[in-house]
Design a protein around this ligand. Structure first.
Ligand code: CMC
Length: 428
């Protein structure tokens, strides 16, 4: 097996070390390339670029493997709560009972927002998108909690992480309540993480909402499956911002913005819009797939395809089963699930999707679950953000703790105009 890689440039041979990961992934360490040769690498969309060494999450896209801190997602999905998984992702080991109790207590203790943050909510227009509110309010948190900027050890990190995860949940539900002009609901000290969120979302001053256990369980599973996913667009954004030594709240707020787009976290909304469109238009599912395959349409089958998974997305497999189970146990049916199942069947047997290795991703079935929970469509990507918070925090911490960390600063190949002079206005 190669331990070095030789590159021949302008008649000179240069050797670069080959780096190996725990699971035998191999990378050519080209960090001295430019200094030694004057060349840089060009990698559109970073498809072949490892931006860091990380010990948080392992993905094998060809075999459909996803592990947080070495533990398969299938084990965590069946056995762990979101709070336990969050601690595992952030601190690198499963929490003991004391760890979990302490972290849960911190999550409960820090669920309130500073009273003056209420005024921020009043300032947003009624139809403001909850993702815009979430990002702005996470940043605003750092104005109200300047003491969490100094994270020096595990204890201070635990408090800062608990504050962020807990308040994100309060902000998310408050942004929903303000978007519908309803009074904000205070968190309750006796409820667990997911149940407390559902309470703040769906209780009203004259009636408490008690979620059916299936609903809390399904939402918990959704959050577990979204907790981390190595160097995706939003996590790379968090690391990019963190690399300038920006604080955890500023970095995670940037992650929310990156997550918003329909090619990333916004896909869970786009999938439902697509399924709704097919349902309302009465269009045959085959016809829709044909449209997607026609490149002129510029349509994509939303919830399909992934940069890393080229076989199947293990999260999608779990969510598909969970969506089915949840609807059955609540005695509900969702016509969109039937359309999704048909779409999947057609696409998985179509050469266009087979040749390009396009399979359902995490967003294909997650929306069916969120609909059954009763969440409005514009909150779906917010739910993804709540779920991804432990991954962002863990990545922020990994970079923060790395004594060799440098500011992220990619290069470019300039393809603009060659040097030319300034022209007087009247000659232009
Ligand atoms: N529908 C139809 N064609 C597709 C799709 C799709 N969903 N995804 C990729 N392709 C085609 C694409 O047109 C290209 O075809 P060709 O080689 O003929 O030009 C080929 O497959 C490769 O696509 P790509 O754009 O180079 O792939 P990528 O790795 O850059 O993009 C992706 C990955 C997830 C952005 C893309 O598959 C996509 O747009 N999917 C739909 C949006 C979506 O579901 N996003 C959620 C991703 S998973 C969760 C998350 O990250 O948040």
């Amino acid at each position: 097996m190669n331990t070095t890689c030789r590159i021949e440039l302008d008649g000179t041979s240069h050797e670069f070390p080959v780096v190996r990961g725990t699971e035998d992934e191999r990378a050519i360490d080209i960090s001295t390339l430019r200094d030694r040769t004057g060349y840089i690498t060009l990698d559109d969309g970073y498809g072949n670029t490892g931006s860091c060494r990380s010990a948080i999450t392992f993905i094998d896209g060809d075999r459909g493997i996803l592990r947080y801190r070495g533990i398969p997602i299938e084990d965590l999905a069946g056995k762990s709560s979101f709070v336990e998984v969050a601690w595992l992702v952030i601190f690198g080991r499963l929490p003991t009972i004391e760890d979990r109790d302490r972290f849960s207590a911190l999550l409960t203790e820090h669920s309130m927002l500073h009273h003056s943050m209420r005024k921020h909510f009043e300032g947003f227009p009624p139809n403001a998108h909850p993702m815009a509110i979430l990002s702005a309010m996470i940043n605003a948190l750092s104005c109200h909690e300047p003491d969490v900027m100094d994270i020096e050890d595990e204890a201070t990190l635990e408090v800062a992480a608990a504050r962020l995860m807990s308040k994100v949940r309060t902000i998310a539900s408050a942004s929903y309540k303000s978007s519908i002009g309803a009074p904000l609901i205070y968190p309750r000290m006796d409820l667990k993480y997911v149940e407390n969120f559902l309470h703040m979302m769906f209780s009203v001053p004259y009636r408490e909402y008690e979620p059916p256990p299936e609903v809390a369980r399904a939402l918990n599973l959704f959050l577990v499956l979204h907790a981390d996913h190595e160097q995706n667009c939003s996590t790379s954004t968090v690391r990019m911002v963190a690399s300038s030594q920006a604080n955890m709240y500023a970095s995670c707020s940037a992650g929310v913005c990156a997550l918003w787009g329909p090619l990333h976290g916004g896909a869970n909304v786009a999938v439902i819009e697509m399924l709704e469109f097919i349902r309302r238009s009465g269009m045959n599912v085959h016809e829709y797939v044909d449209r997607v395959k026609n490149k002129d349409s510029r349509l994509r089958l939303m919830g399909f395809g992934h940069r890393v998974y080229k076989n199947f997305d293990p999260r999608s497999k779990i969510l598909k089963q969970a969506a089915d189970d949840m609807l059955e146990s609540l005695n509900l049916s969702d016509p969109l699930l039937d359309i999704a199942l048909k779409l999947e069947e057609i696409a998985l047997n179509d050469p266009y999707f087979i040749e390009r290795k396009l399979y359902p991703n995490v967003d294909f079935y997650s929306g069916i679950i969120l609909r059954a929970v009763g969440l409005p469509l514009n909150m779906f990507t917010v739910m993804f953000a709540i779920g991804r918070m432990p991954g962002w925090i863990a990545n922020w911490k990994e970079l923060h703790d790395d004594p060799k960390a440098r500011i992220y600063r990619p290069r470019q190949v300039y393809v603009g105009e060659a040097k030319h002079g300034w022209e007087p206005r009247e000659d232009r």
